[in-house]
Ligand binder design. Structure first.
Ligand code: UDP
Length: 468
């Protein structure tokens, strides 16, 4: 029987079906002596603690040497060795936003690290009016497969703002990297520059809306190379394509080590009881993240084993669909006091870090996914992770080795129950998951990939000019 078989939930003989206990609310208070909250605050209508209502001051960015303790001195030596040949060369990164979103987060760390290696890297952000960003948001959704009727007006807006930015920007660098579709048409400057031009696509292009992709494809085809985050996102193109995994920064607020006292304090503020198993999904309240499916899986598993469910997300206040999904999740949760729904402001990195660290199991039950950085974050914290086999997740979760892959609510429920009752196995996949992230998905790996790509492009150019 497959672990995703619905029958498995009741058929697994290793699970103690007596383990489920109804926890009287008073007991919850007694078992969580640090908790500042009363049991009556449990459930999903609790207010957020005051400590998360204002954004914290960001800490200073780390230096390359700070990563030595994590990745080892030899990794840093490799980076310095690779960078030597590009000392004094220049890179320009271009994207469409300086804050918010994974790309900005990665560039925030990548750019200073490359510059510290004396590969001088500049980061430019394109500008545009609301009309431009409405079009590019629609393109983004359409490239993820949403239905969309591409109009001439949308094409004109896209081209007009790209042209405006192209005229404003200089491209004197040795390597120009354009991130995502929004600035893709800047490549029209390529013939007038000496640079290698790279298109770094961070989105899932496996099933693009044909109209939008046919419009963008001729621009992409003018680059020297295109980079995707998963094998399944690649497209038919006349240029070489490379696979670059996204990465996380182990020294960021989201991922840095935390003292246990800080984890405890944050759990207390949110009313999370660390003395009982905690199953967590961190995600925007988005239907594609299937938070309602997570509630259903938890409810199935809870018939057999005691646990709490934490759903930590955000973005609902400025996203009308997010608010609706949040409401759907609350309705699915009902008045279960062990389901803790946290609608967090966007600056809650340290709180997310603490919640992930406090969790017994982390779930990412997406129906569709880009790469799934929440999975990377969970694996980095050595957490036993259950995630859907979609998007880039199977690159991170090697089934039963670095986590477990699931395909259904019942499969997810089975694995929650299985991992909670097999702690040794859970620990072993958690620690392999951390190693997998260390090998492949840390910021230092990204720096290395850029340096290697730069080398490949320079060699190709050298061979071309020799042949000429
Ligand atoms: N995240 C966050 N606050 C939230 C929800 C998510 O900071 O309320 C972070 C999460 O920790 C991860 C990123 O947002 O770093 C989400 O990336 P992922 O690739 O998992 O999904 P996306 O939201 O980009 O589809």
């Amino acid at each position: 029987m497959s672990s995703d078989d619905p029958r498995a939930i009741s058929a697994n003989p290793t699970v103690n079906t007596q383990a489920r206990t109804e926890v009287p609310r008073r007991d919850v208070e007694r078992r969580s002596p640090h908790s500042a909250r009363r049991a009556s605050d449990r459930g999903n209508n609790r207010p957020l603690p005051a400590s998360v209502l204002t954004p914290p001051t960001p800490p200073p960015p780390p230096h390359l040497d700070d990563y030595g303790a994590i990745v080892g001195q030899s990794q840093l030596d490799t980076l310095r060795y690779l960078a030597k040949e590009f000392k004094g060369k220049t890179i320009k990164m271009v994207n469409s936003t300086a804050v918010g979103g994974g790309v900005a987060e990665m560039l925030n760390r990548l750019v200073p690290l490359l510059s510290e290696l004396e590969v001088l890297t500049h980061w430019d952000v394109i500008t545009g009016g609301n009309d431009f960003f409405e079009v590019t948001k629609a393109f983004h959704n359409a490239l993820h497969g949403a239905p969309y009727q591409l109009t001439q007006a949308a094409k004109d807006i896209f081209l007009m703002y790209n042209e405006q930015n192209r005229r404003r920007m200089q491209f004197g660098e040795d390597l120009v990297v354009i991130h995502d579709p929004q600035p893709a048409a800047l490549v029209l400057s390529r013939p007038h520059t000496p640079a290698h031009w790279v298109w770094r696509c961070h989105i899932d292009l496996s099933n693009p809306n044909p109209g939008v992709w046919e419009f963008l494809r001729p621009f992409v085809a003018q680059y020297d190379t295109a980079i995707f985050s998963s094998q399944s996102f690649t497209q038919q193109l006349p240029i070489p394509q490379y696979l670059f995994y996204p990465c996380i920064d182990p020294l960021s607020e989201k991922n840095k080590e935390l003292a246990d006292s800080q984890v405890q304090q944050i759990c207390d503020e949110f009313g999370i009881d660390r003395s009982r198993p905690i199953v967590t999904q961190v995600s925007r309240f988005d239907r594609l993240k299937d938070p309602v499916g997570v509630v259903q899986a938890y409810k199935l598993a809870k018939k057999y084993i005691d646990c709490q469910l934490v759903l930590a997300g955000g973005g609902a206040s400025d996203d009308p669909e997010g608010a609706t999904v949040l409401q759907e999740v609350k309705e699915a949760a009902g008045n279960d006091p062990d389901i803790i729904i946290l609608d967090l402001p966007p600056w809650c990195a340290v709180q997310i870090n603490a919640i992930q660290r406090a969790s017994t199991i982390i779930v990412q039950k997406s129906l569709k996914e880009g790469f799934g950085l929440t999975v990377t974050e969970a694996l980095w914290k050595a957490k036993p992770t259950i995630a859907s086999a979609v998007g880039g997740i199977p690159n991170q979760i090697l089934h039963k080795l670095t986590g477990v892959l699931v395909h259904s609510i019942e499969g997810c429920a089975f694995q929650i129950r299985y991992l909670l009752t097999h702690p040794e196995f859970a620990r072993s996949i958690g620690s392999s998951g951390r190693e997998h992230v260390k090998e492949n998905f840390l910021m230092t790996n990204d720096v290395k990939r850029w340096l290697l790509l730069f080398r490949i492009l320079e060699q190709a150019k050298g061979q071309l000019s020799q042949a000429a």
